[in-house]
Design a protein around this ligand. Structure first.
Ligand SMILES: CC(C)(COP(=O)(O)OP(=O)(O)OC[C@H]1O[C@@H](n2cnc3c(N)ncnc32)[C@H](O)[C@@H]1OP(=O)(O)O)[C@@H](O)C(=O)NCCC(=O)NCCS
Length: 540
């Protein structure tokens, strides 16, 4: 290697990043004297150090070394060219982007009072936060309150899939084979409980569909791995269109077929994407197990994820219950409404479900269970022990005052837009997670959650204006349970998607069956008009 030329490359890349020699040295964990020696051509990095160097600049080792062979002028030219097209450059917020953004702000910010003036419901919600009526559905019913003589009366929460109480679906399903999710999916897609033969045939169909096309894992999933498993899944769903001979056929039968296929393969897309990520980015062994046709969805998830493929009945039972409880939640939640909107344009199933996935990944929708776990980690770091009740109470009080954790003033896992006195899903999950915590010898941690729930309910009522009551929501215990199962944080929202694709499918088919109009609400223009000015007459 030519020390002088490599030194110039390092100087160039460092300056492009606006780093001092000291800053670069800190990033590399070396002294700034060493950086200075390299840059002046008085020393060369060890060959084994080149990958780190390339990594910190976000270029390839080839780039560092190959450019080292050209003469100075050409070197400079090629550096500029390569840098302009490098990933790091494309990720930079340039001055031009900042100016454009400032101009956008100036041109597009408007007075919030205009919402009231034009009677526009922000977020499609009325002034009490209740959603505007946007559609009809027979898929599920979410109950949190009732209206008596114009007054809202809070109720214990209930959730019905096609008229069946979700608590009954969880408590009475086949806990030996953990196929409660399969039964719930059947209910959502057919509108009725399956008899024994119908359920067996349905399970066997899902097992048949639970396979990816030849080389799909290698050609699609292993490429460009990311910790954002939801985005990997979205890419996987769109890639599946290449293998479907009737992608754009929106007949109900074809959409039902596509829905079963997606419900069956979602666990594979999620787990394989995660395995690719930890292999390529975290340097762990690559584990790709095939699904077991005798296993239920919940059992397959655990066996695909774990190196030894093993799980206990209590673990599978908990996961199966979580899948049932996350499978559906009315037509107005963001991702189901997205499914309705996108479906109404006449697009294909893969596109509609990808849009729903992209909606669910938002932290205001599918990401709250992870926030609960992070908040609890932070709480543990702030208290002297699980029995430090005063410490727990004052931490929660500080949370609401926006002094700790993410400073948003929220106790995650508490409260719900529709439910008031209780979220039925949280009630069911808290019982099952308790059994799991006892099995794992972590009863004291479960007790910590119940203490937080008690104190948080009291504190939120004290510090906020609560008109309908506040209680733990489904996310309060689900993340804790997932961690008890050893499920990595990156898979929390994907697990939600594995369940919710059932609800999305039912809503898509319902939209296709009943609605022929494209969803097309109105936006009121509140800007001003301008006369076009030719280029030579504009201000310099
Ligand atoms: C889900 C959530 C957005 C519902 O909010 P909402 O529809 O306004 O519910 P409510 O009408 O009962 O809330 C009344 C007030 O209490 C506040 N509140 C409700 N839950 C709260 C919580 N967990 N932490 C702090 N404040 C809360 C609300 O922000 C609201 O205050 P505001 O009037 O100043 O806006 C809210 O409970 C929340 O942010 N929870 C934490 C995040 C979470 O767990 N999300 C997952 C939901 S499944």
């Amino acid at each position: 290697m030519n020390a002088e030329k490599l030194g110039k490359i390092i100087t160039f890349l460092r300056k492009q990043n606006n780093w001092t020699q000291k800053e670069l040295a800190n990033k590399l964990g070396i002294s700034d004297k060493t950086v200075s020696k390299w840059e002046t051509g008085c020393g060369l990095p060890e060959i084994s150090f080149l990958p780190d160097l390339a990594d910190v600049f976000n270029v390839t080792v080839d780039f560092l070394v190959s450019n080292n062979a050209v003469d100075d002028f050409a070197l400079y030219e090629s550096l500029v060219d390569s840098y302009t097209h490098s990933n790091r450059a494309q990720n930079k917020i340039t001055d031009q982007i900042e100016t454009l953004t400032d101009e956008f702000r100036g041109a597009s910010t408007f007075d919030p009072e205009l919402y009231e003036k034009y009677d526009v419901k922000r977020g499609l919600r009325d002034y009490n936060g209740v959603g505007v009526r946007a559609g009809l559905t027979k898929v599920s019913e979410v109950v949190g309150k009732k209206e008596v003589n114009g007054q809202i009366i809070p109720l214990e929460g209930d959730l019905f899939y096609r008229g069946y109480n979700v608590k009954d679906l969880v408590n009475n399903c086949d806990t030996e084979h953990n196929t409660g999710f399969e039964e719930a999916v059947y209910v959502l897609l057919s509108g009725k409980l399956p008899n024994f033969h119908e359920l067996e045939a349905f399970k066997s169909s899902l097992a048949n569909y639970r396979t990816l096309p030849n080389n799909f894992v290698k050609d699609v999933i292993m490429k460009s791995p990311t910790s954002d498993i939801m985005n990997s899944m979205a890419r996987g769903v769109l890639a599946l269109t290449s293998y479907d001979y009737s992608v754009n056929d929106t007949s109900l039968e074809n959409v039902m077929r596509q829905s079963l296929k997606l419900i069956a393969v979602f666990p594979l897309l999620a787990i394989y994407s995660y395995q690719a990520y930890v292999h390529y980015r975290e340097n762990q062994s690559l584990i790709i197990h095939n699904p077991n046709p005798r296993y239920s969805t919940a059992e397959n998830i655990l066996s695909l994820l774990r190196p030894d493929g093993k799980f206990t009945p209590a673990e599978a039972r908990f996961l199966d219950a979580c899948l049932i409880l996350h499978a559906e939640h009315g037509g107005g939640n963001n991702s189901s409404f997205t499914t309705h909107v996108v479906t109404s344009s006449g697009t294909d199933t893969y596109s509609a479900i990808t849009a729903a996935l992209c909606s669910l990944k938002g932290p205001k929708h599918g990401g709250a269970n992870l926030k609960v776990c992070q908040m609890m980690d932070d709480l543990k770091a702030h208290v002297s022990g699980y029995d430090d009740k005063d410490g727990i109470y004052s931490y929660l009080s500080d949370l609401l005052d926006g002094k700790v954790f993410d400073k948003k003033g929220l106790i995650y896992g508490m409260g719900h837009a529709v439910y008031s006195l209780s979220d039925p899903r949280a009630v069911v999950i808290s019982d099952i997670v308790k059994d799991l915590a006892i099995e794992k010898g972590l009863e004291d941690e479960y007790k910590l959650y119940t203490d937080v729930q008690t104190f948080a309910t009291e504190l939120i009522a004290q510090k906020r204006k609560i008109y309908k009551g506040v209680s733990p929501n489904v996310d309060f215990y689900s993340g804790f349970g997932y961690r008890l199962l050893g499920i990595p944080d990156e898979l929390f929202t994907p697990l939600f998607a594995i369940a919710r694709v059932a609800g999305w499918s039912a809503h898509r088919i319902e939209e296709l069956l009943n609605t022929t109009k494209i969803i097309r609400p109105q936006y009121i223009h509140v800007g001003t008009r301008h006369k076009y000015v030719p280029m030579n007459k504009r201000k310099k």
